[in-house]
Ligand binder design. Structure first.
Ligand code: AMP
Ligand code: MG
Length: 397
């Protein structure tokens, strides 16, 4: 008897897997958060500038503000003399005007007094009573023009942008106190396997501590998700069924284990029976057996149990789909060869040293230390081996 042909795609590419998962996720609703809670969130709407920055043309240095033409002749041998008629401080501008042969003291961030357009830094000045002596011409280059960073009304940040620390600072500088962000995805997380044991419990031969659930929960939190910990289910269809049912209300269920070819790998058949399978197997290593499907409207991504496999699939497929941010890679020089696989993209663990990356060595998908010790995943496309000295694409871990 030949097995029936599956009616779902098998051996999809990493890109297809990512797109198919992203297409199953619900479009997140919008909510409002204060600036102090905005880190790691994603902007739901473009952000415009409510003010200009700088709000006035201002000095970039401590020194004096003056008319450039008054200082052209200044040299160390023949300094130019200017009369100090006041000062402009940050937040306390000079209100008068500065005439020919005059200047004001000025400090970083203080508005340029009317009539002045150049700065001479304090290091280049000598005081002489109510006057200063300049040993070189003042420069208009040390002035920050009004609106030089952004102008009121400018569109500055696009919807979909991940709010990193500098972007939170920029949002504040634009004048916003609260930001419209995408609601966090609610992700349920379940690990499976008769041999999987809670860390800290006694461990018998053949058992393994549940590293996946804690590693995946941490990665989900790094992605800004709310994590619903469903705990652990043994390898039994009934127990798995009940555990999956308890994920109701989540936007996504992530499972670990039970998606391979073994007799006790039940996830795929459960999805076929009670939901649907969107794909099974991705052309990648580690992580090949990954499974995507749905269970009564709940998207389910089944990650392989091998610790390196589950975390690598999360890194290159689940994270970009959840965050809407494309996978960022950079080019480094290979210090060692990296072998290619004929029909799979390989994600070998690499150690970065200067501008080069070398093979971590132990690349087994059970060697969790390879992920902890390595700096990057080295991407080796299907059938295209990397020789030492070649440029190679890497994804930072
Ligand atoms: P599976 O994908 O269920 O066939 O599991 C493959 C390998 O991953 C086996 O060696 C399991 O013991 C190991 N494994 C499965 N689940 C976990 C887990 N939650 N934490 C650590 N290792 C696991
Ligand atoms: Mg298992």
């Amino acid at each position: 008897m030949t097995a029936p042909r599956p009616d779902f795609p098998m051996h999809v590419s990493v890109e297809q897997a990512r797109e198919m998962l992203a297409a199953l996720l619900p479009a997140p609703a919008t909510e409002t958060v204060g600036l102090a809670d905005a880190l790691g969130r994603t902007l739901a709407a473009p952000l415009g500038a409510l003010v200009s920055h700088p709000s006035a043309t201002e000095s970039a240095l401590d020194g004096i503000a003056c008319r450039e033409a008054d200082t052209w002749a200044a040299t160390a041998a023949a300094p130019v003399r200017l009369r100090v008629v006041g000062e402009s401080r940050a937040g306390l501008p000079f209100t008068g005007t500065v005439g020919e042969g005059e200047c004001t003291r000025i400090y970083t961030g203080a508005p340029m007094p009317p009539g002045t357009e150049a700065i001479c830094p304090v290091e280049e000045l000598a005081d002489d009573g109510d006057d200063v002596l300049l040993r070189r011409p003042a420069s208009p280059g040390d002035v920050r023009p009004e609106g030089g960073d952004f102008r009121a009304g400018d569109d500055v940040m696009a919807a979909g942008l991940l709010l990193t620390a500098p972007r939170v600072a920029l949002a504040a500088a634009l004048g916003h106190r609260e930001l419209a962000v995408r609601r966090r995805h609610r992700v349920a997380l379940l690990s499976t396997g008769d041999e999987v044991v809670e860390p800290g419990e006694p461990l018998s031969a053949g058992q393994v501590y549940d590293s996946n659930r804690y590693g995946l929960a941490a990665m989900l939190r790094e992605c800004g998700c709310d994590v619903l910990m469903l705990g652990h289910a043994p390898d039994s269809p009934d127990a798995l069924h009940a555990a999956i049912e308890s994920a109701g209300g989540a936007d996504l269920l992530v499972t670990s284990g039970g998606v391979s070819m073994g007799r006790y790998d039940f996830m795929r058949d459960l999805l076929i029976e009670h939901g649907r399978v969107a794909f099974w197997k991705v052309r990648m290593r580690p992580g090949g057996p990954a499974l995507l499907g749905g269970w009564q409207g709940l998207p389910v991504i089944g990650l392989p149990g091998n610790p390196v496999s589950s975390l690598v699939v999360f890194h290159v497929i689940v994270r970009p789909a959840l965050t809407g941010q494309s996978l960022q890679s950079l080019t480094l020089r290979a210090a060692t060869p990296f072998r290619a696989l004929p029909d799979k993209t390989a994600f070998w663990r690499g150690v970065i040293d200067g501008g080069t990356v070398r093979d971590y060595g132990r690349q087994g998908s059970g060697i969790l230390r390879s992920l902890s010790d390595a700096d990057a995943l080295v991407i080796v496309p299907e059938g295209r081996a990397v020789a030492a000295g070649d440029d190679v694409q890497v994804v930072l871990l």
